[in-house]
Structure formats: C-alpha cells, structure tokens
Write a protein that binds this ligand. Structure first.
Ligand SMILES: Nc1nc2c(c(=O)[nH]1)N[C@H]1C(S)=C(S)[C@@H](COP(=O)(O)O)O[C@H]1N2
Ligand SMILES: [Mo]
Length: 251
C-alpha cells in the first residue's frame, strides 16, 4: 500500500483529499489505497489512481463552489504594507519573460460574448479604473502584498455583453499559459483586469500588457500576459489545473 501512495501521488493528498479518505474509510470501510486496488490500479498504473483523486478533487471543487460567497471580500491593506520587491513567478525563469509589443496588441474575446471585437490597449486604458492593495498567495509557499489597478472585470464582462449565466471564463495567455475560473469569481467585485502594478504600467515580469487579478484565488489562477478571454459552459482546464492542481483553488 505504501508504494501505491508514492511521491507523485502524495501531492494530491490535500487536507480535503485526506478528509475524503477518512469519509470513505468511515462510510465504506475503504482506505484510499484499498479504493485504488478495487478500481484495479496496480502500482504501475498510477495514472488511474491520479484520475480517481482528480475526480475527488472535482467533487471538492463543487463543494467549494457552493460555499463560495460573492459577498465575501478578500482583505485589503494600506500601501505601507506592500511587499518590496514584489516576487516574480512563472513556470519559467525571469530571464525568459516574454516581451509583448503593446502597439500591436489586441485583446481577443470569444465564446458566449455578444461583442467580440478585439480591444487595443488605448481602448482598454480609457475604461474606468479601480485599485486594490491585496495579498497574492502562491502554492509554492510564499505570499506578498501588492497594488494593482485596472478595470473591474464584472464591468468589462457586462460592457462586452458576456453571458453571465455561463459556467466558466477561460483565459489564454501569450506565454502558452492558461487558466479558467467559475463565473461567480469572474463577477466578484475584487476581480480585476489589471493594467498597472504600483501605479505603473505592468512591467513585463508582472504580466504586460494585462493580468487578471483575483485576491480570492491562489497565485497560479491569476493569469499574466492575457491574449484571449472566452466565456463557455465547457470546462476549459488550465496549465496547472491539467497537471492536477485543484481547479477552484480559492484563497
Ligand atoms: N501567463 C502566466 N501567468 C501566470 C504564471 C505563468 O507562468 N504564466 N504563473 C502564475 C503563478 S504560479 C504565480 S504565483 C503568479 C506570479 O505573479 P507575479 O510574477 O506577478 O508575482 O503568476 C501566475 N500567472
Ligand atoms: Mo504561484
């Protein structure tokens, strides 16, 4: 059994998965290892076990989704609390940060949106903007407070005629990164399409020309270098989500 619960497996044993294991054990007298054996997973078939866990994680997403309140606000801080320097993170190193040509840039829109015309940066910058000083929490074990400014995402979605009864908003980035969020989070008052960090146009390392800032989500769900935004009822997944990170990942 110990071997089944190998290293690549252990990372899925979040407190929620552990609770699921306990529940299975209490209700069905099954441990997760036993469940793995029953579903026919041999030690060599870890993929399958991961699938079982991914399904559990999916269930966990549902529960978190039900518990999520669009009225709950993430804490905001005075500017004196801003972390300096603010950390950089991506699935590559800082030297490999992409250099986007702002003059040629257009934000693409797709899916269940009425007005899908692409937006230039001057058009986006002309929209009413708000600021927030909030904490960014990364699964790698660090958190930092920063200041972001941009358009309230719910205002933007309304302006372009997004179908807000759809389930998901997917975000495709210019560095082959992607993520997706539930509509409730997309409409949350602190979810922001950010153009600025610390009152300056976002530098490349923090996601020029724009990122989606969500203080109610873990760092990896805050996409930088956004290329396209689409509204859909089909689960879009994402870069880390497809590798087994919990999809909801609230903070
Ligand atoms: N396009 C893109 N967005 C991304 C990432 C990435 O690799 N590419 N990394 C994510 C992760 S894991 C974190 S913690 C934050 C880091 O943002 P920062 O560099 O502004 O601190 O960006 C998130 N958004
Ligand atoms: Mo992260």
């Amino acid at each position: 059994m110990k071997k089944v619960m190998g290293a690549s497996f252990e990372k899925f044993r979040t407190p929620e998965v552990k609770r699921m294991e306990r529940r299975l054990f209490l209700r069905q007298g099954l441990s997760l290892g036993a469940l793995a054996l029953l579903t026919g997973c041999a030690i060599t078939e870890e993929e399958k076990i991961q699938n079982v866990l991914m399904r559990m994680s999916g269930w966990n997403d549902d529960v978190q989704g039900w518990l999520f309140s669009s009225n709950r606000l993430a804490p905001e801080f005075p500017e004196s609390r801003i972390t300096k320097p603010f950390p950089f993170n991506a699935y590559y190193s800082e030297e490999e940060v992409i250099d986007v040509d702002g003059g040629a840039y257009k934000l693409e829109l797709g899916g269940m949106i009425k007005e899908r015309k692409p937006w230039t940066l001057p058009e986006l910058y002309a929209l009413p903007q708000v600021s927030q000083v909030t904490r960014h929490i990364c699964v790698e074990g660090w958190s930092a407070i920063g200041k972001w400014s941009g358009v309230r995402f719910s205002d933007f979605l309304q302006r372009v005629g997004a179908d807000t009864s759809a389930k998901y908003v997917g975000i495709q980035c210019m560095d082959d990164y992607s993520t997706s969020i539930d509509m409730a989070t997309a409409l949350h008052p602190q979810t922001q399409l950010s153009f600025k960090y610390a009152d300056q146009i976002l530098p490349p390392k923090y996601g020029f020309p724009m990122k989606l800032r969500m203080p109610t989500k873990l760092g990896f769900k805050n996409p930088k270098h956004i290329a396209a935004i689409f509204v859909t009822n089909e689960y879009p997944g994402g870069y880390w989500e497809d590798k087994g990170y919990n999809w909801f990942s609230g903070s």
